[in-house]
Design a protein around this ligand. Structure first.
Ligand SMILES: [Zn+2]
Length: 283
């Protein structure tokens, strides 16, 4: 299983000199298996970058298959889909997964941003590919090629989002962007979902420096990420979904702070990294 970070930002894209090292696209993580299975986690502007790279594959010829999970409908998780070229090419098959319990219909989320008010595409019907919207339940798993996919709903601001678990050759990966820990039972439920993961890709939007901008019930910082990763016994933690005001230098400091906090908490075996646009980790 190969994990590539195509977009690592929350909220809005941040091009420019202060984001050249970690990247400026909004969130999208690519999962690829050796049997050719492809899955995108969220459709921020990073998805359009991956889409252009995929034009050299079967997806460029209208003979490819692609899978996508949209964890929730905020701008930073959906805006890349309009410009994901493989979805425009007739013959391609795109599956967009949602979950029953969240009342989040992936089709409604995508269609609502394709109206002429927001998009030149006007409607999903103008996309040439065959797009389907399988619904999963939180108690079930779905085979996606050689992967086993499962979802869980998580608290996020005034609404809900999803976290995603993928099991495949090489190990287990959990993706948890935009997650807030409301109380101990809610936290325990999610730690159980993360348990046993080889890699946890986790929200790290705010820092102690930005708590005056972002209220703590809106998104969380590295303290939560380190704590849940440590309690769940995951091997490797990637922080992601950075606030737009976090420069590359700020992010260097964030990594140091997170590693220091992990040591202080006794999580000495937890390997912590920052998601960096264009970086691929192979399990
Ligand atoms: Zn977000």
């Amino acid at each position: 299983m190969h994990i590539t970070f195509w977009g690592v930002r929350g909220f809005i894209p941040v091009p420019g000199a202060q984001s050249v090292r970690y990247g400026g696209n909004t969130i999208c993580v690519g999962i690829e298996c050796d049997d050719g299975t492809r899955l995108a986690l969220d459709a921020g502007t990073g998805l359009s970058v991956w889409g252009r790279k995929l034009l050299g594959t079967d997806l460029g010829k209208g003979k490819g298959e692609f899978n996508l999970v949209i964890t929730h409908s905020h701008y930073d998780h959906v805006q890349g889909f309009s410009f994901f070229i493989p979805a425009l090419i007739p013959g391609n098959k795109i599956r967009v997964f949602g979950m029953d319990e969240t009342n989040l219909s992936a089709e409604d989320i995508l269609e609502s941003q394709m109206t002429p008010i927001f998009s030149p595409m006007q409607t999903l019907k103008n996309f040439g590919s065959i797009i389907t919207y399988p619904q999963l339940s939180s108690s079930g798993t779905e085979p996606v090629g050689s992967m086993e996919l499962s979802l869980i709903d998580v608290p996020h601001a005034t609404s809900r989002a999803l976290a995603v678990k993928m099991k495949a050759e090489g190990g287990t990966v959990v993706y948890a962007p935009d997650v807030v820990y409301e109380n101990a039972p809610s936290c325990e439920r999610l730690i159980n979902f993360y348990r046993g993961a080889d890699v946890l890709i986790h929200d790290s939007t705010s820092t102690v420096h930005y708590n005056d901008i972002l209220s703590s019930d809106f998104s969380n910082d590295y303290h939560d990420a380190v704590t849940v990763a440590g309690k769940a016994g995951v091997k490797r933690l990637f922080l992601i979904h950075y606030h737009q005001e976090m420069t590359d230098d700020n992010l260097d400091s964030l990594l140091e702070d997170a590693r220091t906090y992990a040591r202080e908490q006794g999580y000495l075996d937890l390997h912590i990294s920052l998601a960096q646009e264009g970086y691929t980790l192979s399990l």
